[in-house]
Design a protein. Structure first.
Lengths: 281, 256, 283
């Protein structure tokens, strides 16, 4: 057998396994979309338009602008961008408040015990229940929405940061104490990195919560935003538009989560490595 | 170097773990503390380091009473995996305590390199602790203690979590370190053989509430060898002497 | 894949990993005291802040006023029927979601191929905010219970499904290998090893879903101007102005209900699966 033959076989084998893994990963999703397309066309229900129609409408809605603006249409700038800005603004606010506050509280066992019941209560208030309060107190502009998003999504970060700060390994604390490392350095170089995995877990949950709060806040008494568009589509019975909004939100939620995981992976690579080792040793 | 007077510690008023422990450690000695489980060896060591305040007695380090962690001592824990910081490299771990000493960055780098060489891990500076084996991790912990240039090195069952072969290497490392750096070493261990092999003197504690049963001088000549020394008559005798003291049932007598 | 160990469970209150040192009753009393003290101090702070009247009291009444209103509401049968309506939709939706996701999750989790095929899909479906489907739900099913229940069931399915999958699929391989060495067949392995070790994860999924379900049900009530439910009550009192105390009281009661549910589930979790957290403390 010639070496050339083996080379070709290997290339085929690699191509085949690549196709195989693609099929396994995306096959089900693609199949479902195809089924939906076929069923929707056949049944003709207005409530579930075929995916091709949704995609077409989405392109019209968002990608029919001039080339200078990357083909983005006005709707993107009127609704999508403001929504995203409010979302990220509210979430960032939650992080900026939640992490330092959480570390402060977490350092003291007594304080965190005392504060816990109040936090459990505040965190359990369902976001939608707060909307009327916030509207009355802060109006219907972006300030209200950003504050609502921040207020609603700070709790997972705060609670997880407190937990992470409290559960720093006592051996690590003994070690830095024994080496007479000053207290401020202890906080910055040991407590914070040790708590970081839990903090990140809290941030991730917070992000998902922030997306929910953004949508909910825009479904009520708003004048722009993705949620507003969905609400508007409901009133005007424009089902395809509504589905466009839903799909867009799915994409946003998925992308944000994916981005966050990548970011977390870079910062917490050591955590995965250390844990992986602990699992096998 | 170190003077312990009537050390006495109770976790709670009912749980008296150490009743009366007194001993001295001279500069440059290697002293082991052995005793049955629960006799407060670790508590004693942490008190020597100033991490715990004993309920009674005085500990003097270099003449001054220990209140809080004094300058000039370093400690190596049994759980190296939890003592090394996983988010920074070996180099990062070793130089962390040095950042808060008043030394120049050059001196810092030199010390890190020197201590890595002393523990035979010269190429591993940029690795992360979890990428190393257990024995190597403990060596990094020892290097970190060495770079700190302490006068007194405390070790709490440092080789208990390490396999037997690596333990032998690490024991020899400790002996070499004492010679090279002229530091004093106090070592807590449950391994009697190890204590006899390594030390100049072994302090034997009783069962809780513990007191000092005896201080056994080990005058076996140095340098010691894992195989030859352990086969020597002297070694075997000392070892049995200590083992009997620990196993003896009347080892729980308390002396007020 | 996201981390679903107990440590990453955001619904956990802290202190769960504390070891059980000391007499049980003593620590129970101490905990109860701390909880009461914490609540009391919280109320005091709120009362002081609201008395400062940084915002006019019609907009932000005193904490004591709100608490008084809360007590009134909890004795008002009309309001209580709202609470029951909300909890009913919440509960039925949650149970439906569990009945659907757990069997499916187990089935998928035990087949390597099925797992590989479905997990990308689930990863995509999970981040969709279910509240975005409320308008669609209103169009499809109106403003009544069916709409609420279906939406809650949809929202609650994903965390439970995901956790079940993870629990069944990502178990300790050593346990499975040991079982195989003892000659256990696949079905027996599933029954005796995969399922029992998956149960704590399934329960974690249920805890997460319970919280999400509450958000969805109250959100649906609020947005659909449903005729029953805490959400609809809050909407009603907020549109007829000047009743801020009722609005706040309604939201606060919703919060207390949520907190009680979370705590109860947490307690059950620790009772049944306390062994998980014990392991965590020791390491």
């Amino acid at each position: 057998m010639s070496t050339e033959g083996i080379g070709i076989d290997r290339r085929y084998a690699r191509a085949f396994s690549a196709i195989q893994s693609f099929a396994v990963r995306y096959g089900l999703g693609i199949a479902l979309v195809i089924v939906w397309e076929y069923a929707a066309r056949k049944a003709g229900s207005i409530f579930f338009p075929p995916p091709s129609e949704i995609l077409h409408r989405a392109a019209t809605l968002w990608l029919s602008g001039p080339p200078q603006r990357l083909f983005l249409s006005d709707s993107v700038f009127q609704d999508v961008i403001p929504s995203l800005l409010r979302l990220m603004g509210g979430w960032a606010l939650a992080v900026l408040i939640g992490v330092p506050l959480g570390i402060l509280i977490g350092r003291s066992r007594n304080l965190s015990d005392l504060v816990n019941p109040a936090l459990q209560f505040l965190r359990a208030i369902p976001g939608p229940a707060l909307i009327p309060i916030f509207i009355i107190l802060l109006g219907t502009e972006s300030t209200m929405r950003v504050t609502l998003i921040a207020f609603g999504s700070v709790w997972p970060i705060l609670l997880n940061t407190i937990e992470g700060t409290r559960t720093v390994d006592p051996v690590q604390l003994d070690t830095v104490q024994a080496f007479r490392i000053p207290r401020h350095a202890q906080l910055w170089r040991i407590v914070l990195p040790a708590a970081l995995p839990k903090i990140f877990a809290g941030m991730r949950v917070s992000l998902a919560l922030a997306v929910i709060l953004m949508v909910v806040s825009e479904l009520v008494a708003s004048t722009n935003g993705i949620g507003y568009r969905i609400q508007n589509a409901q009133i005007m019975f424009l089902l395809t538009d509504m589905w466009c909004g839903i799909v867009l939100l799915a994409l946003i939620g998925y992308t944000l989560n994916w981005l966050f995981l990548k970011f977390e992976g870079r910062l917490l690579g050591w955590h995965r490595g250390a844990r992986g080792r602990a699992a096998t040793s | 170097m170190l003077a312990v007077e009537r050390f006495h510690h109770a976790y709670t008023p009912e749980q008296l773990v150490a009743a009366n422990i007194s001993f001295d450690v001279k500069a440059g000695e290697i002293v082991s503390i052995v005793g049955p489980s629960g006799c407060g060896k670790t508590t004693l060591l942490k008190s020597l380091a100033g991490l715990i305040k004993p309920t009674g007695g005085t500990i003097r380090f270099q003449g001054k009473v220990v209140q809080g962690v004094p300058d000039g001592l370093a400690i190596v824990f049994q759980e190296y995996g939890r003592s090394l910081l996983p988010w920074t490299t070996v180099n990062g771990n070793i130089e962390l305590p040095l950042r808060y000493q008043s030394i120049t960055p050059d001196e810092c780098r030199r010390r890190v390199a020197e201590s890595l060489q002393a523990v035979d891990l010269s190429g591993f500076g940029e690795r992360y602790p979890w990428q190393l084996s257990g024995g190597m991790q403990q060596r990094v912990a020892i290097a970190r203690a060495l770079a700190y240039q302490p006068k007194l090195l405390l070790m709490d069952e440092p080789f208990a979590s390490v396999d037997a072969q690596t333990r032998a290497d690490l024991e020899d490392l400790v002996a070499a370190v004492r010679d090279q750096f002229e530091i004093t070493i106090v070592l807590v261990t449950h391994d009697i053989d190890e204590s006899v092999y390594l030390s100049d003197r072994v302090i034997v504690l009783s069962r809780p509430p513990s007191t000092v049963l005896a201080q056994v001088d080990i005058d076996i000549s140095r340098p010691r060898d894992q195989i030859k020394t352990r086969a020597m008559q002297q070694f075997v005798e000392k070892r049995s002497e200590i083992a009997q003291m620990i196993r003896r049932p009347s080892g729980s007598e308390t002396h007020p | 894949m996201s981390d679903l160990s107990g440590a990453a469970d955001p619904r956990a209150g802290f202190g769960q990993a504390r070891s059980f040192a000391g007499p049980y009753l003593l620590s129970l009393a101490a905990t109860a005291f701390r909880v009461v003290l914490g609540i009391f101090i919280f109320f005091l702070i709120l009362e002081l802040v609201t008395r400062l009247e940084l915002v006019p009291p019609i907009y932000l009444p005193r904490a004591s006023t709100v608490v008084r209103r809360m007590v009134e509401l909890l004795q008002d049968p009309k309001f209580l029927s709202h609470v029951v309506a909300t909890l009913y939709a919440w509960g039925v939706g949650l149970v439906l979601a569990t009945l659907i996701s757990v069997p499916i999750g187990i089935l998928i989790g035990t087949s390597e191929l099925a797992y590989k095929m479905t997990s990308p899909l689930i990863e995509f479906m999970r981040p969709i905010p279910s509240v975005a489907l409320i308008p669609l739900g209103i169009l499809l099913w109106g403003q009544g219970f069916s709409m609420k229940i279906i939406l809650v069931a949809y929202a609650a399915t994903w965390p439970i499904l995901f956790n079940t999958l993870y629990g069944v699929h990502d178990i300790d391989p050593i346990a499975v290998q040991t079982a195989r060495c003892f000659g256990l067949k696949q079905a027996a392995i599933v029954r005796r090893i995969s399922l029992p070790s998956a149960v704590p994860f399934i329960f974690t999924g249920i805890r997460i879903s319970a919280a999400i379900a509450l958000i969805v049900v109250i959100g649906a009530e609020l947005l659909a101007s449903a005729d029953s439910g805490i959400g609809s009550y809050i909407l009603f009192v907020s549109s007829n102005g000047g009743q801020m105390d009722s609005v706040l009281a309604g939201a606060a009661i919703a919060g207390i209900i949520g907190a009680l549910i979370n705590s109860a589930l947490g307690l059950i979790d620790r009772r049944l699966f306390g062994w998980r957290y014990l392991g965590a403390t020791l390491s």
